[in-house]
Design a protein around this ligand. Structure first.
Ligand SMILES: [Zn+2]
Length: 53
């Protein structure tokens, strides 16, 4: 169960919402601290400032 919750929190952490088009998407684990391009509109999406590690 702990592994399940860890997996869920990891997915949640990697989920990012585009400020331009408003669509949610997942970023790769190795890009979670990087600005990534939105796969829908190509806008840059910075890493979430709300994330706490
Ligand atoms: Zn977008």
């Amino acid at each position: 169960m702990i592994h399940f919750l860890t997996a869920i929190s990891e997915i949640f952490r990697l989920k990012r919402k585009c400020q331009k088009c408003g669509k949610d998407q997942l970023v790769k684990a190795n890009q979670k601290h990087d600005t990534v391009p939105c796969k829908f509109c190509s806008a840059s999406i910075p890493p979430s400032l709300k994330s706490r590690y």
